[in-house]
Design a protein around this ligand. Structure first.
Ligand code: COD
Ligand code: ZN
Length: 370
């Protein structure tokens, strides 16, 4: 058993408290990881506010981490102590029908079908002050040490800087993959991205990498435009600067609407605007943002009947265990610069300050270092 620091959420709506926790050794098929760096994602904020479906408290949040294997349980063969790894919030068991389908990146042994508040054997490896603490998405990266099933861990290049590639376990991969895998953006095409947070800006990086010739960034906060331009946006527009609906503005700017549009905010009205902004016949609209649970959306069916394609994406469509190592290699070959998304690097003890930056819209991504 290792005693170490972790940020525990004891109840919804309360700040995190840094505690000393006990982390049990990995059981068969599990890996204990020393987390070196972890990003703060809005999904962690949803969890803290009590808005994450089926979450149980107390819990150790965090799902955007990277670290080193500390020890492995019986039967683990794909990694050894000292390996650099990224824990995955969507695993890849390699055996279920989703894992075997080439186009799918779901895994049936994941939180879509099994709760991730505890490890697959329905027990926790964390205790604090004599209480069992829940895991989050099996990864709980707001702990100096965490235990994760082997099939929910990707081994990455030993040269990877962990304080940068931690973003690959969620935010960056989601946005970049939405452009590359889900929309399959073609060279010379036009794209519109609604919402320029860390995920939306990663979509911008993906559209540029795919060779789009026009990348129109849309946000109500014009302070986001400088970074969007730096990452590849060719035009930046603020819906508040126009009297007419933004879909009409985009259609006028492009003639027939964009080839690909992306909603990376999570609001019903911008989902409909993004859909209406793409070409009525051949346009593809990708929904990346998530509506509050329980909300619904209603659209004029003509928007889709004329031929548009409306798609969703989870973690950018990557089969995480096999694709993340390749994505890390592309990063090391400087095919894109995701470092520009990191606006703040903080010591782990300042985790609550990191959430304040997120709530105030002052950060794109904050990375916490242990
Ligand atoms: N029009 C244009 N822009 C807007 C509007 C609007 N009406 N409202 C808000 N915005 C802008 C904000 O100014 C901000 O710049 C941006 O939208 C949103 O940015 P962030 O920083 O709040 O969000 P991100 O990029 O960190 O995350 C956005 C998601 C939509 C991905 C996230 O909130 C979400 O829904 N997550 C769940 C879905 C998911 O796949 N997550 C990844 C796995 S955890
Ligand atoms: Zn996330």
């Amino acid at each position: 058993v290792i005693r170490c620091k972790a940020a525990v959420a004891w109840a919804p709506g309360k700040p995190l408290s840094i505690e000393e926790v006990e982390v049990a050794p990995p059981k068969a098929g599990e890996v204990r990881i020393k987390i070196v760096a972890t990003g703060i994602c809005r999904t962690d904020e949803h969890l803290l506010q009590g808005c994450f479906p089926n979450a149980e408290f107390p819990v150790i949040p965090g799902h955007e981490g990277a670290g080193l294997v500390e020890s492995v349980g019986e039967g683990v063969t794909s990694m050894k102590p000292g390996d650099k790894v990224i824990p995955l919030c969507i695993p890849q068991c390699g055996e279920c029908s989703f894992c075997l389908a080439p186009e799918s990146n779901f895994c049936q042994k994941s939180h879509m079908s099994e709760p991730q508040n505890l490890l697959p054997d329905k027990t926790s490896r964390f205790t604090c002050k004599g209480k069992q603490i829940h895991h989050f998405l099996w990864v709980s990266t707001f702990a100096e040490y965490t235990v994760v099933p082997e099939y929910a861990v990707a081994k990455i290049d030993a040269a990877a800087p962990l304080d940068k590639v931690c973003l690959f376990s969620c935010g960056f991969s989601t946005g970049y993959g939405a452009a590359i895998n889900t929309a399959k953006v073609k060279p010379g095409s036009t794209c519109a991205i609604f919402g320029l947070g860390g995920v939306g800006l990663s979509v911008v990086i993906g559209c540029k990498a795919a060779g789009a010739s026009r990348i129109i960034a849309v946000d109500i906060n014009s302070a986001k435009f400088a970074k969007a331009k730096e990452l590849g946006a060719t035009d930046c527009i603020n819906p508040r600067d126009f009297k007419k609906p933004i879909q009409e503005v985009l259609t006028e700017m492009t003639g027939q609407g964009v080839d690909y549009s992306f909603e990376v905010i999570g609001h019903a009205d911008t989902m409909i605007a993004a859909l209406a902004s793409c070409n009525m016949n051949t346009g593809v609209c990708v929904m990346v943002g998530e509506l509050d649970s329980g909300s619904e959306i209603s659209i004029d069916p003509m928007l889709v009947l004329t031929g548009r394609t409306w798609k969703g994406t989870v973690l950018g469509g990557w089969k995480m265990r096999e694709c993340l190592p390749k994505l890390v290699s592309s990063y090391l070959e400087k095919k894109f610069n995701s470092d520009l998304l990191i606006t703040h690097t903080l010591p782990f003890a300042e985790v609550n300050e990191g959430f304040e930056l997120l709530r105030a819209g002052k950060s794109i991504r904050s990375v916490l270092l242990f």
